[in-house]
Write a protein that binds this ligand. Structure first.
Ligand SMILES: [Zn+2]
Length: 331
């Protein structure tokens, strides 16, 4: 084949020279393509893997601290996990920073080299989605509730601005990555002889809550539809949440993973404390509304009997009362 009009009559030395140049050019191209991958692979392997618990065969959970974002915890304040099938891995939530996501990925890579096919976000809150950026280089399908993309777009600026000073250096590399695939109703994901049932719910903790159930082990990741230890946070509908809990309680599952709390909890007893707290808020708020007590007083007084039962109570209870008050006022 002719490279140009003269290549068939080149002297031997020139052909060798031209061949050597071609080889050099090819090597440079290969290096240019591979170098970033090699560098990022190095960066990944230098990350300390997150501590994870295998709560059922092939189902791993990392638990975050019951804290607000600080530079010290680097956003590691919520539960994340992954499920390994025969052909692929699914990640459920990515933590509150790219660093937390990278540590989770390192924990995955310590156990399998299978591709990370899905990254599922259970809902919009920064402590569950800020780690998404750590997985972009794996080219997974990002999956969320059909209302997640809109919710993230609406809050993106606020989430980034408000959390940058809280995370400090750990804010580095944080990106809002919306789902490429939106779930309405139920979808089944296949990890290779292992099916995950992903279900989008009506408004409860937020308006974009999703559960992920590993059918093989009857393990359900609940995201923040379930809090344990950490006081529940109402950012959707308190009535919707209580109704959803009643419906989910009938599901035949073996164990659940809360969005905040231990790696696994028994079902349906896992719901009891959260239901008690939310029921208490609803009962008291209805009473306060009926008596015409103003919100400012209600926010100070309602729920205080629950204070000892929960971590971060003072950070969220008054806000919960305000949100629920606004909802129940219009009954
Ligand atoms: Zn949440």
């Amino acid at each position: 084949m002719f490279v140009d009009g003269t290549s068939d009559v080149l002297p031997c030395e020139m052909r060798v020279l031209r061949f050597a140049r071609l080889v050099c050019a090819c090597l440079l191209c290969v290096f240019a393509v591979l170098a970033p991958a090699i560098c990022s692979a190095k960066a990944d392997t230098s990350t300390v893997p997150a501590h994870v618990t295998e709560i059922a065969p092939g189902v791993f959970v990392h638990t975050g601290a019951h804290e607000l974002f600080t530079p010290e915890n680097a956003g590691d304040i919520s539960n994340t996990g992954f499920i390994i099938g025969n052909e692929a891995v699914a990640v459920v939530d990515t933590g509150g920073s790219r660093a937390v996501g990278l540590a989770l990925k390192a924990a995955i890579r310590a156990r399998t080299s299978l591709p990370i096919k899905y990254v599922i976000n259970t809902h919009m809150h920064p402590d569950h989605v800020f780690g998404n950026a750590a997985f972009v280089s794996d080219n997974p399908e990002f999956i969320g509730h059909y209302k997640l993309a809109h919710a993230l777009a609406a809050r993106k600026d606020q989430y980034l601005q408000a959390n940058k000073p809280l995370l400090g250096d750990a804010f580095e590399g944080v990106e809002i990555i919306p789902p490429a695939r939106s779930i309405e109703g139920v979808a089944i994901l296949d990890l290779g002889n292992r099916k995950l049932r992903v279900e989008a719910h009506s408004t409860a903790h937020t308006d974009n809550d999703l559960t992920v159930t590993d059918e093989q082990t009857a393990t359900m990741f609940m995201g923040d539809l379930l809090f344990s230890g950490h006081v529940p946070v109402v950012d959707g509908s308190i009535k919707g949440w209580l109704a959803l809990m009643d419906r989910l309680a009938a599901e035949k599952i073996s164990r659940v993973v809360p969005g905040h709390g231990p790696p696994e909890m028994p079902w349906p007893d896992a719901l009891l404390a959260q239901k008690r707290y939310l029921d208490e808020l609803v009962t008291q708020i209805r009473d306060y509304i009926e008596r015409g007590v103003p919100l400012s007083q209600a926010a100070r007084e309602i729920g205080v009997d629950e204070k000892q039962a929960w971590v971060l109570f003072d950070d969220f209870n008054a806000r919960n009362v305000s949100a629920a008050f606004a909802e129940l006022e219009w009954e």
